[in-house]
Write a protein that binds this ligand. Structure first.
Ligand SMILES: Nc1ncnc2c1ncn2[C@@H]1O[C@H](COP(=O)(O)OP(=O)(O)OP(=O)(O)O)[C@@H](O)[C@H]1O
Length: 212
């Protein structure tokens, strides 16, 4: 799986906001930096299929050669993680992750439950399964949020400053953990951040957008 942005130009009205031509290989984490207003979030919205007026784009966005432009957001296979974990607070960890799993693949609740148990076991978070998410720490919520994103079996993942609310020590730990999960699954990812240490840790290409 590779995510390719070919001659991508994003416009705000008639003004060019940014242009990019890059391929993010499988397991690569490409870092996108740049000043406030340079279009980082807009770029992620274009890839996820949420670009709205006054924005438009030309060029192509594809995963393994399949152009995403004609696909609605839920068919693109693109997972997104934000600053906030955005878990469903009234649900347990298990319910949160089950919610994201493709029903066509698992078909029954018990199969989904087994898959959640395996997923949590693989990352040594078994004891979290039945916890209500509001009882989890910030770092634990971040990890469950990533697992929920991965449970949907995305072909690419977009990370919109997902570590920015964590304190420094925890941030490093969660960052390494997140990148490892993505690399192990060979998922191409885009990371928007203001922290150059994130770019170093991501270890992929880095792009600096300029203010317009
Ligand atoms: N709905 C909108 N309508 C009009 N202009 C918008 C809208 N959303 C964003 N913008 C503008 O588009 C430009 C790009 O915004 P964007 O949020 O992508 O920047 P960013 O690089 O992610 O900024 P930050 O680092 O502050 O999050 C900015 O000038 C912003 O003010």
């Amino acid at each position: 799986m590779a995510l390719t942005l070919r001659e991508l130009e994003i416009f705000k009205g008639s003004a060019l906001l940014l242009s990019l031509d890059v391929t993010v290989d499988e397991g690569e984490i490409l870092t996108v930096m740049g000043p406030s207003g340079s279009g980082k979030s807009t770029l992620l919205q274009a890839i996820a299929g949420h670009l709205d007026t006054p924005f438009s784009f030309s060029g192509s966005i594809s995963i393994d050669g399949t152009n995403l432009a004609s696909q609605p957001p839920h068919r693109r296979g693109v997972g997104v993680m934000f600053q906030d974990a955005l878990l469903f607070e009234h649900m347990t960890v298990e319910q949160n992750i089950m919610f994201a799993m493709p029903s066509a693949k698992y078909q029954t609740k018990s199969r989904k439950r087994e898959a959640v148990a395996k997923l949590l076991h693989a990352v040594e978070l078994d004891e979290m399964q039945h916890r209500v998410v509001t009882t989890l720490s910030g770092g634990q919520q971040s990890r469950i949020s990533l697992l929920r994103t991965l449970a949907a079996e995305p072909q690419a993942v977009l990370l919109d400053e997902p570590f920015s609310k964590l304190d420094t020590a925890l941030r490093q730990h969660i960052r390494e953990w997140t990148f490892t999960q993505l690399r192990e699954r060979n998922i191409p990812a885009l990371l928007v951040t203001h922290d150059s240490a994130d770019a170093v840790s991501a270890g992929g290409q880095a792009i600096e957008l300029s203010s317009c």
